[in-house]
Design a protein around this ligand. Sequence first.
Ligand code: ARG
Length: 450
Amino acid sequence: MPVTKVQPFMTEDDLDKKWKKRLLAHRMELIIATCIIVVVTLALGIGLGVGLSCVGKFRCGFSSQCIRSSAQCDGEVDCGNGEDELGCVRLSGRSSVLQVQRGGVWRTVCSEDWNNLLGASACKQLGYTSYVESFFIPLTAIEERLQYNLVSINLSQSQIIKLQNAPTFSKTQCTSGKVTTLKCLECGFRPKYATRIVGGNLSRPGQFPWQVSLHFSSEHLCGGSIITSLWIVTAAHCVFGFTDPSMWTIHVGQTEQPVHGAQSLAVEQIIYHTRYRPKGLDYDIALMKLTKPLVFNGFVEPICLPNYGEEFEEGTMCWISGWGATEDEGETSVFLRSAMVPILSTKTCNQPEVYQGLISPWMICAGYLEGGTDSCQGDSGGPLACEDTSRWKLVGATSWGIGCAIRNKPGVYTRITHSLSWIRQQMEVSACYCTIQYNSNETWIYSTLE
Ligand code: ARG
């Protein structure tokens, strides 16, 4: 027999009320629990999201570590890999005005108290292993936007430092009325190029001394540009999936393929932009570091990087060069070829009949909307070079296009001014652990410390 427990002294009515009460309490409990779960999930989600996106903070590289914004470029390493103290120096505008960042603000460096050791330190922070000289120019001669935040850097110690570490980092005025401009490398000159009549658009030796041919498994695959004695700029799509340095050689100082007695060099390291994806078109930039420094001789010379904030206007005539195909889907060329092409504005290039909004800030277009002259397969990674007050600057790296030389489909190049901070950071990270000395040839040399 099942036992039915009946509570004593309870009527039917009492029982009903009690159950109703219980049910209500139960419902309340359920609602409260749901609320708590929702609140906790939201809090966690938002917290995690903020943590991951580092809102209002500085993110250390691609890690999840965030630090205070003011801790960036403050002279003290806060990130695990020191990322917060990288990219704290830049050259700006057409005169290469030196700027230093501290606590998130970029300041133009005044000329007072400046010395060559500081100059050499600044070049090292820019990723160079050389320093040529500093010039001082009137504050009023530089672009207006560079004239507002000023700083004087005073350093008596005779050692290499990071500029943002300087103990005296002061002033909002340049008492001298002058600012510091910096030259780390002689670049963008063509000392062995004699302008003679060029047959068609074949290039003469020394015409593009920064042009390199990148060979993968002994075959020309892409172009590239020499930017220092150790670094070559190319396109990420050239090296993506092929980052084993031992498979590559770099050929310099040549106009003809295959190579006759030109300098050929081994590669130590290949770095491409971490955000580059083969399906995408952005971030198409890579660097190759050579195992040994190049010897510059007129046929082999570096091209200058542009400065921060430099614009290359629509209509500026620039040059493209390479051993790429001379027609769409054609063979690579035996001779180095080149062509003069105008820069196109992003607005022009994004028109519906051209690239319909595909052109991002990472890209710069150059060529003719009527077609006929363009870069092509095999030219990738190579230079889009513009002459600017007698020096040549690297404005683009050949990236993509629809077909070659087709009407309304001009060449698209990776915009170097947009890639500058990435390029500089890579070079700074792998720069030497070294001291700087003034040597008997009246040049500054960086000697590696053990
Ligand atoms: N992606 C090509 C290469 O790998 C370069 C294409 C340039 N195309 C153009 N129409 N400009 O060599």
